[in-house]
Design a protein around this ligand. Structure first.
Ligand code: XMP
Ligand code: MG
Length: 183
């Protein structure tokens, strides 16, 4: 969906379709250099990472398997607590595999740090992280993020997989919501 179809719902457009696709192409080139000669399993985190997975994987000039996990994080209100439940587990045994976690956004990083230790306990050859967006809070968590698309300000964003009440995921851009939408 193009932003003109939700005229007025966005306060600002943070990233255009061209900016997102351009950056994903650069990240894919970097990833393919780093994983040269290795197998690669892309692990997408549902549902937010669907668009990143689709476009990043198609920018890759090489084979890469895909698998998915759905996790839900218990938290009060909009803050995640780091207490996580697996809603859908991987179909793949990741023992001795090179796993690249594909994320839409890292905020506090609590969800991701739980996920990474869960994955490490399964004996993979490596676990690295790739995210399209990163918020400033993420600095406080000890998780190393190898590939970051964009560092963005601490605002609630929607689009390109990210939702507000399950809406706006199919927006081609990333933007901040206008207050009238959520108040
Ligand atoms: P933590 O704090 O554990 O949480 O890194 C990451 C998850 O929180 C959600 N999240 C957002 N979702 N717009 C969204 O639509 C946002 O601005 C936003 N910030 C965090 C998201 O589910 C992410 O995986
Ligand atoms: Mg998510």
């Amino acid at each position: 969906m193009d932003p003109r179809h939700i005229d007025g719902d966005l306060e600002t457009i943070l990233l255009t379709e061209e900016e997102i696709q351009g950056r994903l192409a650069e990240m894919a080139a970097e990833i393919s250099r780093d994983y040269e000669g290795k197998d690669l399993l892309l692990l997408g985190v549902l549902k937010g990472a669907v668009m990143v997975m689709a476009d990043l994987s198609r920018h890759l000039p090489r084979h890469a398997e895909q698998d998915w996990m759905a996790i839900s994080s218990y938290g009060s209100g909009t803050r995640s607590s780091g207490v996580v439940r697996i809603v859908k587990d991987l179909d793949t045994d990741i023992l001795d595999r090179h796993v690249l976690v594909v994320e839409d956004i890292i905020d506090t990083g609590l969800t991701l740090s739980w996920l990474v230790s869960n994955l490490r306990s399964r004996g993979p050859a490596s676990v690295e992280i790739c995210t399209l967006l990163r918020k400033p809070e993420a600095e406080k968590t000890p998780v190393d993020v190898n590939y970051v698309g964009f560092d963005i300000p601490n605002a609630f964003v929607v689009g390109y997989g990210l939702d507000f009440n399950e809406k706006y995921r199919n927006l081609r851009v990333v933007g901040t919501l206008a207050p009238h939408v959520y108040t």
